[in-house]
Design a protein around this ligand. Structure first.
Ligand SMILES: C[S@@+](CC[C@H](N)C(=O)[O-])C[C@H]1O[C@@H](n2cnc3c(N)ncnc32)[C@H](O)[C@@H]1O
Length: 301
């Protein structure tokens, strides 16, 4: 008998380098997190990149977790905020296509990554798609984020965690039009963080009216081997550019190359294949510098 994708047994924990676990998606052909460390990624590229320690001095915070998955970005945010201010009230909206993912992530050993308080939250969200306590209002919207986000009308997040599978696997969620929907859910002082540093993603963010900055590489540890293409850990977007880490000259020039052609999905309903075909067509006629010249100029293999 064919195993249904809904079967939770399909989700086998994979150990990452920081000792935390993630899953591999057969459907998208990708890991859910960086092999360097799932938990580390959630803290560094999402909680830290959106300034949650500083923001936690507010009495309340609103978070939008696009592609909730195992819930690690929400979990790292809750840990960060409540460590700095245990009284901070948090409202979280999570968007996720596949309810079996959060459900499989509340099993051992994955759930033990988090404090007992956060474990209880992740369990409630996975089992009932919501969690209400005096300190937290959380709701998990199951479905295609391109549609569910439209139900968040009026919600303005202080921090958006933007974490789909990579653009070539899941172009639907990296389009100009989807970023325009996300922009409607970000407060004027809020920040969006994503692990992607792709020029196509950055140009889509710019076209959707965001200002962008880089997430700089952290300190290199002894024995770390940094590859030439590792120039950033991702992108932060906001409506104001003053609290962003500016792009390096190399990154700015990347945005002038053909790699910066963005993904488009005019009606927020096309399949990955249709979006990729449209993207390839636009690249073919693009007059910008070939990305290979940029790579050569900056010594990127
Ligand atoms: C890279 S994983 C997210 C990992 C997650 N942020 C975490 O910390 O565990 C991408 C997630 O996007 C979900 N996804 C894929 N297509 C989607 C769509 N159209 N709408 C909403 N979620 C989607 C997948 O089911 C998967 O859980």
């Amino acid at each position: 008998m064919t195993q249904l994708p809904e079967d939770p047994i399909a989700w086998i924990p994979k150990l990452t380098k920081d000792g935390s676990f993630t899953f591999f998606s057969q459907e998208f052909g990708e890991m859910f997190h960086s092999r360097q460390g799932a938990k580390t990624e959630a803290f560094l590229k999402f909680a830290t990149a959106t300034d949650l320690v500083e923001r936690s001095q507010q009495s309340s915070l609103r978070l939008l977790d696009v592609c909730y998955g195992l819930g690690y970005n929400t979990a790292a945010a809750l840990e960060t905020i409540w460590a700095a201010n245990p009284d901070c009230h948090i409202e979280v909206h999570g968007l996720e296509l596949d309810a079996t993912v959060p459900n499989a992530a509340i099993a051992s050993p994955l759930i033990e990554t988090w404090s007992l308080k956060v474990q209880e939250v992740l369990k409630a969200i996975a089992q009932t798609h919501q969690c209400h306590t005096p300190q937290l209002q959380a709701k998990l919207w199951i479905g295609d984020a391109r549609q569910t986000i439209q139900q968040l009308s009026g919600f303005l997040a202080d921090a958006v965690f933007f974490d789909p599978f990579s653009p070539s696997c899941c172009p639907q969620l990296w389009t100009v039009e989807f970023f325009q929907q996300v922009a409607k859910c970000l407060s004027h002082k809020g920040k969006l963080a994503t692990y992607s540093r792709a020029a196509a993603v950055r140009s889509a963010l710019l076209e959707a009216s965001f200002k962008i900055g880089t997430i700089p590489l952290g300190e290199a540890h002894a024995g770390d081997r940094r590859l030439p293409h590792e120039w950033s850990q991702g992108t932060v977007a906001a409506f104001k550019g003053d609290r962003l880490c500016p792009l390096s000259l190399m990154e700015q020039e990347h945005l002038q190359t053909r790699a910066s052609v963005p993904y488009r999905d005019p009606h927020l309903s096309d399949s990955a294949e249709v979006i990729l075909a449209r993207y390839e067509q636009e690249r073919q006629v693009c007059q910008k510098e070939a990305t290979s010249s940029w790579r050569q100029r900056w010594g990127i293999k």
